[in-house]
Each structure stands twice: as C-alpha cells, then as structure tokens.
Design a protein around this ligand. Sequence first.
Ligand code: HEC
Length: 192
Amino acid sequence: MRLACLSATAALLACIAPSQAADRYGLGTPATPEQIAGWNIDVFPDGTNLPPGQGTVQQGKQIYAAQCAACHGAKGEGGMGDRLEGGMGTLASGKPVRTVGSFWPYATTLFDYIRRAMPLTAPQSLSSDEVYAVTAYLLAMNGIVKDDATLDAAALAKVRMPNRDGFFLQQGADPKGDARAARASEGKSGAQ
Ligand code: HEC
C-alpha cells in the first residue's frame, strides 16, 4: 500500500515536471543558473558566499557621506534610520544601546544586510567593492577595525565583533518552566 502511494505520488510529480508544466499549463520556465545566482546572495557568519572585491575605510567614508548619512546621521548617531555607532558596554545595563557595533555578533552579517537592503531607497544598487568599503567604514566608526583597514572576503571573515559571545543556544530551554521559576523566586503564585 505504501509503495502504491509512493508510485502514485511519483506519477503525479512526473506530470508537473517543470518543462511539461511550462508547455502544457504556462506555469513559467525553469530558473537559469544566472537567475539563481542573482538571488543566492546570503552570506554566512563564517564568510561563506562573500563575493570577490574589496574596499577601504576611506572609500567607505565618502560613500557613507553621500548615501547613508542623510538617514543615519553624519557620525552614525541615527536619525530616521537606526543609530549605527557606539553602545559598547551598555547591553547588560538598564538602557542597552544596540547598534551594529555593540550588538551584532558577526561582521559578515553587516555586509549581507547592507548589500541586500541599503540604501533604503535603492537596495542592491551598491557594487561589492562599495559594500566592502562602507562596511569597513562602519566597523572603523565603532573602533572595530583601524582607519587604514582594507576589507575583502578573507579580512572581513576574520573580524571579531565585541558581542560575538553574547549569543548562545539554550539547549532544552523550557520557556514556561523558566517563567514559573521566575515568578516563584519573586514570591508570586504560579497560577497567574
Ligand atoms: C532613506 C533612509 C536611509 C538611507 C539613505 C540608508 N538607510 Fe540604513 N536604514 C534605514 C532604516 C529606516 C533602517 C531600519 C530598517 C529596519 O529596521 O527595517 C536602516 C537600517 C540599517 C542598518 C541596520 C541597523 C540595525 O541596527 O539594525 C544598517 C547597517 C544600515 N541601515 C546601513 C546603511 C548604509 C551603509 C547606508 C548607505 C549605503 C544606509 N543604511 C542608507 C534608513 C536608511
């Protein structure tokens, strides 16, 4: 019975194989390798999938002034866009200031985010060199790389962010159990 079901499923799938679907039902065409490459821009924390290219802090400074400062402030202090600078040492305080410098665990994510989403009004308009440069500038603004740094894939993957160890997986966490324990330690009833 199970086998019969499987072969029925296989027959169904065969009916809607991409080329036939395109011919018979007009359901589109298979994506080309170039089209897939255009979407496949995820950069992993270890730097996997970073593109070729490079940029310096000083080049990034020019790009930032022209394309980012209007929303993020001349010195990254924020405006209609997030604050991008500072906040180191505040995360455990009552008023944590979470910036890409103080909070984000991987510099490679900064590259990924800027490349896919910024500038807000023209996402994906920057070249890889420009994204490396502006990423370098933001890291320098936060004191994470030096002012004369040049970043490429290898150098960016080596950057260690201040909050790198601030994220961890809590294995086997039981959120309800944690909440009950917290209430119990505050002397409240668990029945609230
Ligand atoms: C038109 C305004 C605008 C411009 C121009 C702009 N940004 Fe942004 N940016 C934003 C806004 C708004 C957000 C918050 C988006 C969100 O949370 O969904 C943001 C978020 C970000 C973040 C994430 C911050 C965080 O802590 O989550 C980074 C990094 C960033 N922008 C970098 C840049 C860079 C680099 C440029 C220039 C190449 C740029 N932005 C240009 C408006 C702008």
